[in-house]
Write a protein that binds this ligand. Structure first.
Ligand code: PMP
Ligand code: GLN
Length: 378
C-alpha cells in the first residue's frame, strides 16, 4: 500500500513523554499542566452527567456553549460571531485545524506556514494534496518578515496559517503584524487560519491581537481555540472554530461526517463555567507568575533565554553548554539528568538547529523548583 503520509513519524510530544516515563524524568516536554483544574468545573461536568446530558450534542455544539463563546468573543474583540451559523464546537483545536484544512485545501494549493510550526499543520495539508510553503522564523526573536511572505505568494497560494501566541517560541503577533497579514490576505485574496489556542495566556500587559479584531481579516479567517489549553484539561479534547458563515458552512460539511458532534456533558459544563469571565481573565497573571518564578530560579544557569511573551512554554538556548544537536542534548538531559524537554529543530522547515529546547512551565512550584535545580547543575 502506498502511504498517504510517507514522511509522517511519531510526534515528538509522544516520543519525549514516553522517554520521560521510561527514564523516570521530570516531564517538561509535552505541553500539559501537572496541577488539577478547578474543582468547580469538574463538579459541573459531573452534574451535567447526572442530569442526563449523555446523548449526542447538536452537530455544531451545545447552543448554550456557542452563545457563551459568541459573547466572550464579542466582549474581548468587539466582533460578533453568530452562534447558529459561525461557531462550531470541536474535539480540541487539532480537529478544528484539520477540519478547516480539509474543507478548503485542494490538490496543488499552496499553504504558507511559519516554522517552527505546531506539528499537525503540515501533514493535514499534505493529506489533501496541498503543498506546504514554510517560512522560517529565526531565533531568538522569531519575528515575521512580511516582505518574505509577499515574495512567497504565488497564484497557487490559498491559505496562510498563523499561530499567536506562538508555540514553541512564546512570541506574539503585534497589531502591526496583524495589519500586515490583513493587507496581504486582502490583496491576494487568501484565506487565513489563525490558531489561537493560547489566547488567554499572554504576559507583561500585552494584548492578544486576535484575527477577530480586524474586520477584513476576520471575513476570510478560521480561528481555532482550545478549552483543554485554557482550562487545564488537555485530556478533555474540547475546542472550537469561529468563521464567517460561508466558510463555516464548508467547515460543517466536513465536521458532520468526521466527528458529527463532541462530548455533550463537558459542553454543558463549559457553558456554565464561561459565565464567569474571571475564569479566563485570571490566566495570564496565573501563568506569568509561574514564568517569572521559574526564570528567576534559572537566571544564573548556563541557559540563555528571552522571557516568553505568551503560551506556557519557554525556549532555552543551550549554545554555551554544548555543541551537540538539540535532539541529542534533550535525549541526554532526559536519560542522564532526568529532565525531559522538546528539541525544537523538529518544528523547523529543514530541521534547522538553533540550539534551543522548549520547556513547559505549566507546573506546580515544587516541580519548577526541582526542574530549576537540575537545569542549574548543567
Ligand atoms: N495548536 C497549538 C499551537 C497547540 O500547541 C496545540 C496543543 N494544545 C493545539 C493546536 C491542539 O490543541 P488541542 O489539544 O485542543 O487539540
Ligand atoms: N500542544 C502540546 C504541545 O505543544 C502537545 C499536544 C500533543 O501531544 N499533540 O506540547
Amino acid at each position: 500500500m502506498i502511504s498517504k503520509l510517507p514522511n509522517a513519524t511519531t510526534s515528538i510530544f509522544a516520543i519525549m513523554s514516553k522517554m520521560a516515563a521510561d527514564h523516570n524524568a521530570l516531564n517538561l516536554s509535552q505541553g500539559f499542566p501537572n496541577f488539577k483544574s478547578d474543582p468547580l468545573l469538574i463538579d459541573l461536568v459531573a452534574q451535567a452527567m447526572k442530569e442526563g446530558h449523555n446523548q449526542y450534542a447538536p452537530m455544531p455544539g451545545d447552543i448554550g456553549l456557542r452563545e457563551e463563546i459568541s459573547q466572550k468573543t464579542k466582549k474581548l474583540h468587539s466582533k460578533s460571531y453568530h452562534p447558529d451559523t459561525e461557531i462550531t464546537v470541536t474535539a480540541g483545536a487539532t480537529q478544528a485545524i484539520f477540519t478547516a484544512i480539509a474543507a478548503i485545501i485542494n490538490k496543488g494549493d499552496e499553504v504558507i506556514i511559519f516554522t517552527p510550526a505546531y506539528d499537525c499543520y503540515d501533514p493535514s495539508i499534505e493529506l489533501f494534496g496541498g503543498i506546504t510553503i514554510p517560512i522560517q522564523l529565526k531565533a531568538p526573536n522569531y519575528t515575521v518578515d512580511w516582505d518574505e511572505v509577499t515574495d512567497k505568494i504565488t497564484y497557487k497560494t490559498k491559505l496562510i496559517i498563523i499561530n499567536t501566541p506562538h508555540n514553541p517560541s512564546g512570541m506574539i503577533f503585534s497589531n502591526n503584524d496583524m495589519l500586515q497579514l490583513q493587507s496581504i490576505a486582502e490583496k491576494n485574496n487568501l484565506l487565513v487560519l489563525s490558531d489561537e489556542v493560547y489566547e488567554h495566556i499572554i504576559f507583561d500587559g500585552n494584548t492578544h491581537f486576535s484575527a477577530a479584531r480586524f474586520p477584513e481579516l476576520a471575513s476570510r479567517t478560521f480561528i481555532t481555540a482550545s478549552f483543554g489549553k485554557t482550562f487545564h484539561n488537555t485530556g478533555w479534547k474540547l475546542g472550537y472554530c469561529l468563521a464567517p458563515e460561508p466558510l463555516m458552512n464548508e467547515f460543517k460539511k466536513v465536521h458532520q461526517f468526521n466527528v458529527f458532534s463532541v462530548n455533550n456533558p463537558i459542553q454543558k459544563a463549559l457553558a456554565k463555567y464561561l459565565k464567569t469571565p474571571e475564569h479566563y481573565f485570571s490566566l495570564s497573571a496565573f501563568y506569568q507568575q509561574k514564568r517569572d518564578f521559574f526564570l528567576d530560579l534559572i537566571k544564573d544557569s548556563k541557559f540563555k533565554f528571552i522571557p516568553s511573551q505568551g503560551t506556557y512554554f519557554q525556549m532555552l538556548d543551550f549554545s554555551d553548554i554544548t555543541s551537540e544537536s538539540d535532539i541529542t542534548f534533550s535525549e541526554r538531559l532526559t536519560k542522564e539528568n532526568k529532565i525531559a524537554s522538546i528539541p525544537t529543530s523538529v518544528f523547523n522547515a529543514r530541521n534547522e538547529d538553533f540550539k534551543q529546547i522548549r520547556v513547559c512551565f505549566a507546573k506546580t512550584e515544587e516541580t519548577l523548583e526541582k526542574a530549576a535545580e537540575i537545569l542549574n547543575s548543567i
